[in-house]
Design a binder for this molecule. Structure first.
Ligand SMILES: [Zn+2]
Length: 209
């Protein structure tokens, strides 16, 4: 399980092994995805001889944008994240499906797909948008491009997003950075997944950090 810190609400986010698709089919139970330890204080969720250290704290809605698989329809889905409260230190912990990123509206898979379409397939950003964004486009300027992808690439360049992508030389173009990120995700895809690069990159991005 991967754990990250969310500044906004000082809540810990733990990523589960389940992907968004299976999570949407059936929200896992409190026991099923509960962390073994509190990510804030390290306390065991079931300390020997004492009661539960982490208590289920209900569900909360979280929006997630982008297709659920490489060839899927771009959409917005609502995920019910599982929440826990640590009895030891009071921390709030949210468990989310694999590929849900801190502070991003789009899933890791959707971002990976956009980077592959731009950096490897060579699509224009306007065409990347129609494959990945569920939002209608308003305005002529917006129709010609998709600045969100440029923001993701800048964040990768500045090592604020997907730090498993190796640092890129300052002279590299946005397309080159997108290509390197996509190839990194491709290498992280399960070996059983063969075929189209988009599908491999989608799966690999959800495993990247
Ligand atoms: Zn704790």
């Amino acid at each position: 399980m991967r754990e990250v810190w969310r500044n906004r609400s000082k809540e810990r986010i733990v990523s589960s092994a389940l992907d968004v698709k299976s999570w949407l089919e059936a929200v896992p139970g409190v026991e099923e995805v509960g962390p073994a330890r509190c990510p804030a204080c390290g306390g065991a969720s079931r300390p020997a001889g004492r009661g539960l250290g982490l208590w289920g704290h209900g569900l909360r809605e979280r929006q997630q944008r982008g297709p659920l698989e490489a060839g899927g329809k771009a959409q917005t889905v609502v995920i019910l994240e599982r929440r826990y409260r640590c009895r030891g230190c009071g921390a709030l912990i949210a468990v989310v499906p694999r590929g849900v990123l801190r502070g991003r509206h789009y899933s890791a898979g959707a971002i990976g797909l956009a980077l592959a379409l731009f950096g490897v397939v060579g699509l224009a950003l306007a065409d990347v948008r129609t494959r990945v964004s569920p939002w209608p486009v308003v305005g002529e300027t917006a129709r010609a491009t998709w600045l969100t992808v440029r923001r993701w690439i800048r964040a990768i360049r500045e090592r604020r997003l997907f730090t498993s992508v190796r640092a890129t030389p300052p002279t590299w173009t946005a397309r080159q950075i997108a290509e390197r990120a996509a190839m990194t995700f491709d290498a992280l895809a399960p070996p059983t997944l063969s075929g189209e690069i988009a599908a491999r990159v989608f799966a690999g991005a959800a495993r990247a950090s």
